[in-house]
Design a protein around this ligand. Structure first.
Ligand SMILES: [Fe+2]
Ligand SMILES: [Fe+2]
Length: 314
């Protein structure tokens, strides 16, 4: 029996929404991001997002990393170092967000939210497995299990990253685990997880990396196809986060707007810290500057905040 699809998409968005892994090779990250911006004017319901998840399943085991492996063997040391710096942050980050999401499900203020967040847990686990497979098959590793490979790839150069992923995110998740009715912890958690980590940090990094891979003619690589599938998953997560915060601000602006603003002000310096590379050439090698990436991140954030109904400068 067909699942009732309430959301109506124009033909171009429908193409992005339904693309399989091969077809995703012909899709640009900006087309995927347009889902989020469309969401601002025409916000999907939580169940629309669930239905989108049902039609956007993909399997890590379907990807073919042989073109990736061939290219990796020909790449320079600087290209390898720059790529590994960025992918360590993603790989470890995906595992961190998998590990900290369960308390959000418990603390969900309504069943539709609980159901959407359960789909997100599966997504984040799949993203972690995607990086594990790429790392083992392209870069190579003797690690015997995920624990070992995560220890091997853990990013060690960056304080902003450590604070965000090893302090702010687990501590707000712990508050929800201690008291699942703590709605302030839930709203602060969604601000950190969905808006700071996913909307601002991850999707910005994904955009620059995917466009770079495209310019280099790597859209038939397993990594491009998998990573754009990851970005499409993230676009659902970000739609969800915007919706939760928009409803919170609408229901009780005096309580939630200052809470979201304060959380953002505390976390923004951590974003700048996270994208700052240990070697400047890791960014300029790929034709961008750190300022350009930060500008894109802040513009995206401001768009999302307008939809939520808060002003960072206020
Ligand atoms: Fe993810
Ligand atoms: Fe996500």
């Amino acid at each position: 029996m067909a699942i009732k699809q309430t959301e109506r998409l124009d033909p171009e968005l429908e193409r992005v929404a339904r693309a399989d892994l091969k077809q995703l090779g012909n899709i640009r990250i900006d087309d995927v991001l347009s889902f989020i911006d469309r969401g601002l004017d025409n916000m999907p319901s939580y169940m629309d997002l669930f239905h989108r998840w049902e039609t956007q399943q993909w399997a890590v085991s379907d990807l073919d990393f042989s073109p990736d492996r061939e290219r990796w063997q020909q790449s320079t040391q600087l290209e390898r170092d720059a790529t590994l710096w960025s992918r360590r942050l993603f790989f470890n980050g995906e595992e961190r967000v998998t590990a900290t999401l369960a308390p959000f499900v418990w603390a969900a203020p309504k069943p539709e939210i609980e159901i959407f967040l359960s789909t997100q847990m599966v997504d984040e686990a799949r993203h972690t497995v995607f990086f594990d497979r790429w790392w083992r098959e392209v870069v190579g590793s003797d690690a015997k299990d995920l624990t070992e490979i995560l220890a091997e790839i853990r990013p060690d150069t960056n304080e902003g990253y450590n604070t965000l992923f090893y302090d702010r995110l687990p501590s707000v998740a712990q508050r929800m685990a201690n008291n699942p009715t703590d709605i302030d912890a839930f709203i602060e958690g969604v601000t950190i997880y969905h808006i700071v980590v996913e909307a601002t940090l991850a999707l910005t990094g994904q955009r620059f990396e995917l466009e770079e891979l495209r310019e280099q003619g790597m859209t038939h690589h397993g990594y491009y196809q998998g990573f754009i599938a990851v970005a499409r998953d993230e676009s659902r997560h970000v739609n969800f986060g915007i919706k939760v915060l928009q409803e919170a601000v609408r229901d009780d602006p005096a309580r939630f707007a200052p809470l979201i603003q304060r959380t953002l002000v505390e976390c923004l310096p951590l974003i700048a810290g996270t994208i700052h590379p240990p070697d400047e050439r890791y960014i300029t090698e790929f034709g961008h500057s750190e300022d350009e990436i930060m500008d894109f991140a802040m513009n995206s954030l401001n768009k999302r905040l307008r939809a939520i109904g808060i002003n960072l400068a206020a």
